[in-house]
Design a protein around this ligand. Structure first.
Ligand SMILES: Nc1ncnc2c1ncn2[C@@H]1O[C@H](COP(=O)(O)OP(=O)(O)OP(=O)(O)O)[C@@H](O)[C@H]1O
Ligand SMILES: [Mg+2]
Length: 285
């Protein structure tokens, strides 16, 4: 059943925008975006996924909805972005990336501007907005990254996925080195393999790109995910006790803990700066 998302209202602050990226395709970004959003929604967070794999989008299929207005329709028919927000399972909202003809749509400066302005307007309604990007780094993507506060790099333990992930990271960090980046290692055989993959990637990122790649949790390779994709029903809802679903809830919890810690540090820092200034004044600097 198609259901437009009713205008949602969230009380306090504006949404944090998270870009989900990878180097290589097919590493599980979209599966991650959907299941991560549902896991956070179960913890009381208001979630919106925007499928920015324009023309090749598959979020709508992963949540069992199809033929919805998408981002390209918004641009062509001058619809508001909020008119393309639909309710998915697990109380998440999403905007479809479209397929087929939408491949002809390349956002120009005017559309990008309108998109970014409308994102600002809907930010108050959500805790987190996820941008599910296509594989690799494109010119268009670099524009959308202007609106992003944090990145999640998804990779698998396979060397080609890691190498391409590292290259994507390098390009993005050359545009914005201050962007916090989390690493999710998907389709691991065991937890050690996940951590080892992160250690190798974060070692290279620290040495050559000078960024801290933050660890979350590994997600096991699990046939329940493959079945849930075929059934167009997200794994954490369809198979809540599967290995992948348990991992995903742990990951969502780890993410919130790190996020809240960062929030506390950043709201604390003006106070620290004031104290520092006070002591400098006392010392007559
Ligand atoms: N943890 C997992 N265990 C088993 N299979 C998985 C897992 N995660 C993803 N997959 C499989 O990988 C496929 C590709 O996943 P997904 O579409 O999320 O990749 P993607 O990175 O978004 O791809 P693209 O780059 O094309 O957008 C899924 O259809 C699913 O079958
Ligand atoms: Mg995808």
């Amino acid at each position: 059943m198609r259901q437009r998302a009713a205008a949602e209202k969230k009380a306090d602050s504006e949404a944090v925008v998270i870009g989900v990226i990878s180097g290589k395709g097919g590493v599980g970004k979209s599966v991650f975006s959907v299941n991560f959003s549902i896991a956070l929604s179960e913890m009381g967070k208001k979630m919106l996924i925007i499928d920015l794999d324009i023309g090749m989008g598959n979020i709508e299929h992963l949540v069992g909805r199809s033929s919805l207005p998408d981002i390209a329709d918004c641009a062509h028919d001058h619809l508001q972005l909020s008119d393309a927000i639909f309710k998915g399972p697990g109380n998440i909202s999403f905007i479809a990336g479209g397929n087929g003809l939408s491949t002809l749509f390349r956002p120009d400066g005017e559309h990008l501007d309108a998109f970014l302005r409308q994102i600002e307007q809907i930010k108050r309604n959500y805790d987190f907005i996820l941008f599910d990007f296509g594989a690799g780094v494109t010119d268009d993507m670099l524009h959308y990254i202007l609106a992003v506060h944090q990145m999640i790099l998804v990779t698998t333990p396979e060397p080609p996925a890691m190498a391409d992930g590292y290259s994507a990271l390098k390009i993005i960090c050359s545009k914005n080195a201050a962007l916090p980046v989390f690493c999710v290692v998907n389709m691991t055989g065991n937890s050690r393999e996940g951590k080892e993959t992160w250690q190798r990637l974060s070692g290279a990122a620290k040495k050559y790109i000078h960024i801290d790649l933050q660890w979350l949790t590994a997600l096991h390779r699990d046939n329940a995910v493959i079945r849930s994709v075929r059934e167009q029903s997200p794994c954490v809802l369809r198979y809540p006790h599967s290995r992948f679903s348990i991992d995903m809830r742990l990951l969502a919890r780890a993410f919130l803990v790190q996020y809240q810690h960062e929030q506390a540090v950043s709201s604390f820092s003006p106070f620290v700066l004031r104290v520092k200034k006070y002591f400098e004044l006392l010392r007559g600097k």
